[in-house]
Design a protein around this ligand. Structure first.
Ligand code: AMP
Length: 283
């Protein structure tokens, strides 16, 4: 496995592979890799000739009061996981390499950034869109592999790649969960033991809503109430938002269709958890 720390090394490699017609896959991450990332890497490994994983804790996607400085950084174990999974290139740029002095550009995917995570984390999706646009220009993947765990992000990145003709398409991989249903996340380690015990309530709320739709309930406000009531059984949990949306526009629905997506975010103390469920899906 090659480890590139500079834009120059990364672009030289991708340009030479492009000339040979090699299909490159990209799994963009912020590191602290877990079984969710591993599943993305495995799917990507099977569908591409050459596989690049990026590890970059991207400052612009963190708000001022968010956890940029304490976000877990575990280069050695991340590199070990990638090597074991047959990754060809680990791209680990520094902040200066990605944002040199004078850097002044930001990419915004207007409509899809407004709601849900975008409303609670101002600037977050501009940070995400800008780094994904840069990574795709450098790595030139044919496919970018993203997790359903971050549903809004995946929808937004798909739009971005299409709108800017970045030459890549998105493959969304299912959410990997702990046995009790909690979606794996690098941030789960911030939870205290009591918060960790409470955390699966978000998924339980989504499952309850999914079951209600499958049983014939169609009113979005009733479905949202079912989620809210389930989450209210856990005194440590505070709801940030719960919604039933169109899976492409992410606009809220008043009548629930079978293609809809349930989105939710809760707070346990200072830790935010997000999750989602497709009415039709089983993740
Ligand atoms: P992150 O390192 O948290 O920015 O995530 C990198 C990629 O891994 C994103 O596309 C995430 O959606 C995906 N991911 C994170 N957690 C999971 C999970 N539990 N299951 C599947 N994909 C995930």
């Amino acid at each position: 496995m090659r480890i590139f720390r500079t834009v120059r090394a990364m672009t030289a490699w991708s340009a030479s592979l492009h000339r040979e017609g090699v299909v490159i896959g990209l799994v963009p991450t912020m590191g602290a890799l877990h079984a969710g990332h591993r599943a993305l890497i495995r799917t990507a490994r099977l569908s591409c000739d050459a596989l690049v994983v990026s590890l970059f804790v991207n400052p612009p996607q963190f708000g001022l009061r968010e956890d940029f400085s304490r976000y877990p950084r575990r280069f050695r174990s991340d590199a070990g996981l990638c090597r074991a999974e047959g990754v060809d290139v680990l791209f680990v740029p520094t902040g200066d390499e990605m944002y040199p002095p004078g850097f002044a550009t930001s990419v915004a995917v207007q409509s899809l950034s407004r709601r849900w995570e975008g409303a609670r984390r101002p600037g977050h999706f501009e940070g995400v869109a800008t780094i994904v646009a840069k990574l795709c220009s450098l790595v030139r993947p044919e496919i970018a592999f993203l997790g359903q765990k971050d549903f809004q992000q995946a929808v937004l990145v798909r739009r971005l790649l299409e709108d800017l003709n970045l030459g890549a398409r998105v493959v969304v991989c299912p959410t990997v969960r702990d046995d009790d249903g909690l979606a794996l996340s690098s941030r789960n380690q911030y939870l205290t033991p009591a918060q960790r015990r409470a955390a699966p309530v978000l998924y339980a709320g989504l499952k309850a809503a999914q079951a209600a739709v499958r049983a014939g309930v169609r009113s979005a406000s009733r479905i949202t109430r079912i989620m809210r009531d389930r989450i209210a059984t856990e005194p440590l949990a505070r709801v940030e938002y719960l919604s039933v949306c169109d899976p492409h526009t992410l606009e809220p629905l008043s009548r629930v269709t079978r293609g809809a997506v349930l989105l939710g975010a809760i707070r346990l103390g200072r830790v935010r958890l997000i999750d989602n469920l497709l009415i039709r899906g089983d993740q």
